[in-house]
Design a protein around this ligand. Structure first.
Ligand code: PLP
Length: 399
């Protein structure tokens, strides 16, 4: 008997397992649609020109590398607030906002979960059915009971709004409700403005705590419209938790750049909340890394670089849209009679394709196309070089 001999193998992460299978596949036409990353037309993770320019300036500066404060780089935190609420928002000068730079969007969720654990007696969080896998694991690891509210309607391939409202209504008063601001992962099905108003109404009536995850700002319609849910929540006067990430919008996955933002009721609340959040940070990792935040801050705080970034973000968004339309067209051309136009209506990087587990398995076995068992496909992994093979193969398994 050794110290580690009782340790059992943890269950395999389904998506990482998929990557391993993809890497081990020797067929030249293989395609990995299981990823959660934007690939460009050449199948590469892009390095944005705005990021390059900011990095060159940072290297040329040859500055020292001291620690950042626990809550991160001040110019970054302020720029995050402007991006979330809009430059015109009265919240920016209200003294009620708390923002802490975090280790990606995941780190923001973890900080928020740890903070809420200390704050609440009732530790119940409701996530959408389905949701990003890590939402459940992360909140469970932080000590919460995790339940789901209905979200996706497989008939319409959109949101089951009535089910969602009813599910949220039925939660015990004061539950934490985790919501996706835009580009829902994994379904690509989003709420409309009118839908959000109804969701806010139930949350307010039931004294729930809204926690909004925004990992894809700019991938839906544009930077402003994708943040509309946050802005409506903020206007409603509810306290608010927001986890945000620049992993996708800046293509800075490995730099781990995100933020946790809280909307409090008053300046005094902001001060005490920030002081407690700093304790959570101090006892987790002390303070965040510098590079990603410096780069993002340099871009967001410079008019020219900002414009360049917005343009590049639009290029990514438009390319995904073109791939959506093209996939719908090519599926029809390959003989799929079922209406697949929902793929065009879904937003962001993903589509819940409606493929069954067995069809997903056939795609991998017979055609070297890898997707998640739920049928989630990453539309951002399609390009003009692989889309015919994907459409023809999907058509073959759908028939
Ligand atoms: N939230 C959602 C809905 C996501 O899809 C992701 C990443 O895939 C994250 C959060 C985490 O983002 P990050 O990679 O910045 O930790």
């Amino acid at each position: 008997m050794t110290l580690f001999s009782p340790v059992e193998m943890a269950p395999r992460d389904p998506i990482l397992g998929l990557n391993e299978a993809f890497n081990a596949d020797n067929r030249s036409e293989k395609v990995n649609l299981g990823v959660g990353v934007y690939y460009d037309e050449n199948g590469k993770v892009p390095l944005l020109r705005a990021v390059c320019a900011a990095e060159e300036a940072r290297v040329a500066e040859q500055g020292p590398r001291p620690y950042l404060p626990m809550e991160g780089l001040a110019s970054y935190d302020a720029a995050v607030q402007t991006l979330l609420f809009g430059a015109e928002s009265s919240l920016l000068e209200s003294g009620r906002l708390v923002t802490a730079q975090s280790i990606g969007g995941t780190g923001a969720l973890k900080l928020g979960a740890d903070f809420l654990y200390r704050l609440l007696n009732k530790r119940l969080v409701a996530i959408s059915d389905p949701s990003w896998e890590n939402h459940r694991s992360l909140f469970e690891a932080a000590g919460f009971e995790v339940v789901t509210y209905p979200y996706y309607d497989p008939q319409t391939h959109g949101v089951n709004l009535e089910g969602m409202l009813e599910g949220i209504e039925k939660l015990p008063e004061g539950s934490v409700v985790l919501l996706h601001a835009c580009c829902h992962n994994p379904t690509g099905a989003d709420l409309s403005l009118a839908d959000w108003t109804r969701v806010i109404d139930v949350i307010q009536r039931r004294n729930h705590v809204p926690f909004i995850d925004i990992a894809y700002q700019g991938f839906g319609d544009n930077l402003q419209d994708d943040a509309v849910a946050l802005r409506l929540f903020a206007e409603s006067g509810l306290p608010l938790f927001i986890s945000s990430s620049f992993s996708k919008s800046f293509s800075l996955y490995g730099e781990r750049v995100g933020a946790l933002t809280l909307v409090t009721e008053s300046h005094d609340e902001m001060l005490s909340t920030m002081s407690q959040l700093k304790r959570v940070i101090r006892t987790n990792y002390s303070n965040p890394p510098t590079h990603g935040a410096k780069v993002v801050s340099a871009v967001l705080n410079n008019v020219e670089l900002y414009a360049k970034w917005e343009e590049e973000l639009a290029e990514m968004r438009d390319r995904i849209r073109i791939m959506r339309s093209s996939l719908v067209e090519k599926l029809a051309a390959a003989g799929v009679t079922k209406d697949m136009s929902f793929i065009e209506r879904q937003r962001g990087m993903f589509s819940y394709s409606g493929l069954t587990k067995a069809q997903v398995a056939r795609l991998a076995d017979e055609f070297a196309i890898y997707a998640v068992g739920s049928g989630r496909i990453c539309v951002a992994a399609l390009n003009t070089g692989n889309i015919d093979h994907v459409a023809n193969s999907m058509a073959a398994v759908l028939k």
